[in-house]
Write a protein that binds this ligand. Structure first.
Ligand code: G3I
Length: 389
């Protein structure tokens, strides 16, 4: 019998692991029958099974091109995660590429997969300035449409999409990335059409009308660090709560980079939770340099891998320590499919996820597995936050 003691922030936990072996089922031989938990058909040492013990949903963003067509990708998605987020296929550009004609096919397939595998779905995302259809805006900041037309279009978009998935979505990212890093409102077509941030309250009200049971989230990056942006979003959601706008939670994307230091994430999660909100880590990845910067003689930092393990561990523990943190979602799980190398390419960054390019689990995976196994003393996320399944 193993008796490790773990300190998670203020939480001290003594757990009995009952001889459970952390063998990393993700590396089991192809075709080998996984150990089954009694409750469902996924391995007892999978991230999802370990998260279940404290009511924490462990999610992943899903690339629906791979789901179903790539056997390893599909198996890992089902076995390791208890929540899924469509990486792209619920975005406006993909659901309404031609004005007036919806295409829900890829998103519907993901929802069906989730149901089959007892997973909850994070809907992502209803109001954003990026990945808009070109008939609406090519850059999210300019458009040929009038303000009145934009207002009517946003209302219809939210109502139609939320109604289409009504009952199937656990958390909706209703509004995504409405602030710049300096804490000023982003000057998007939505901000300009409303002449201010009023579109946010409207969006939450329309979403609530269309599906009263879904948890409604504001989602953004760099909220992890206390500073102008995190403070601006804090002020916004506090004022939304005061006006009784139906907002249930705040998503901390968690796109971390070893060059910037680890943020005071737990404090930020807690201060938002103290407003009476759920919180979630919604798009976690931990990137690092995979190539020396050009014109520099310094090689990539040989200790970067250790930093990545540490960042992943601290990001998870911050969520575990805050009872209102109801899901922890890495932004995908295979480095091949990550958005990072295409976006941060000079100098090259990457290696940001839990599995390598061959879909083999990396040391970061085992760090999270161990942290979850030792987390039985963390507060249990009971009630609706623990999910509907
Ligand atoms: O589907 C087209 C394909 O037909 C075309 O040939 C190809 C050529 O570029 O592009 C494909 O679309 C790409 C799409 O991902 C699907 O793969 C877009 O170019 C590409 O820009 C898009 O990137 C996505 C990005 O959001 C867009 O801003 C990433 O996959 C996705 O991971 C990323 O996710 C965002 C979250 O939604 C919000 N938070 C930040 C996060 C990272 O940027």
């Amino acid at each position: 019998m193993l008796r490790p003691v773990l300190s998670i922030g203020l939480v001290s936990a003594t757990v009995l692991l009952g001889g459970m072996a952390l063998t990393g089922s993700a590396s089991a031989e192809p075709g080998a029958a996984p150990a089954q938990s009694q409750a469902a058909k996924y391995p007892a040492d999978s991230l999802r099974a370990l998260g279940d013990r404290v009511g924490l949903r462990i999610g992943t963003a899903v690339n629906t091109d791979e789901l179903g067509s790539n056997a390893d990708y599909t198996r890992i998605t089902a076995e390791q995660f208890s929540s899924v987020t469509p990486e792209n296929v619920m975005k406006w550009q993909l659901v309404e590429p031609t004005r007036g004609t919806y295409d829900w096919a890829a998103a519907d397939r993901l929802v069906a997969f989730a149901k089959k595998n007892k997973q909850l779905v994070r809907g992502h995302t209803l109001v954003w300035h990026s990945q808009l259809p070109t008939w609406l805006s090519s850059d999210g900041y300019t458009t040929t449409l009038s303000n009145d037309e934009l207002k009517a279009l946003l209302k219809k978009h939210i109502q139609d999409q939320v109604k289409h998935f009504r009952g199937d979505i656990w958390q909706w990212d209703v509004v995504n990335e409405a602030f710049d890093d300096d804490g000023q409102p982003r000057q998007t077509i939505w901000y300009k059409a409303w002449g201010g941030l009023g579109y946010i309250a409207d969006a939450f009200r329309w979403a609530r009308e269309a599906d009263p049971k879904a948890l409604l989230f504001y989602n953004d990056y760099n909220l992890e660090f206390t500073g102008a942006k995190s403070n601006a979003v804090y002020d916004l959601v506090r004022s939304l709560k005061a006006q009784r706008v139906p907002i249930d939670g705040v998503g901390f994307q968690g796109h971390l980079d070893t060059q910037y230091g680890f943020p005071d994430l737990q404090n930020n999660l807690q201060r938002f939770a103290d407003l009476g909100l759920k919180v979630a880590e919604t798009e976690v990845d931990v990137r690092t340099f995979t190539q020396a910067p050009p014109n520099e003689n310094t090689p990539t930092n040989p200790l970067a891998g250790y930093a990545q393990e540490s960042y992943w561990s601290r990001a998870l523990k911050a969520c575990l320590a805050v009872r209102e943190c109801i899901s922890f979602t890495p932004w995908g799980f295979g480095d091949t499919y990550s958005w990072i190398p295409g976006w941060f390419d000079n100098p090259q960054e990457g290696a940001a996820l839990l599995y390598d390019g061959n879909l083999q689990p990396k040391s970061q995976y085992y760090v999270l597995q161990q942290d979850l196994a030792l987390a039985a003393g963390a507060p249990h996320r009971s009630g609706p936050g623990a999910g509907r399944n």
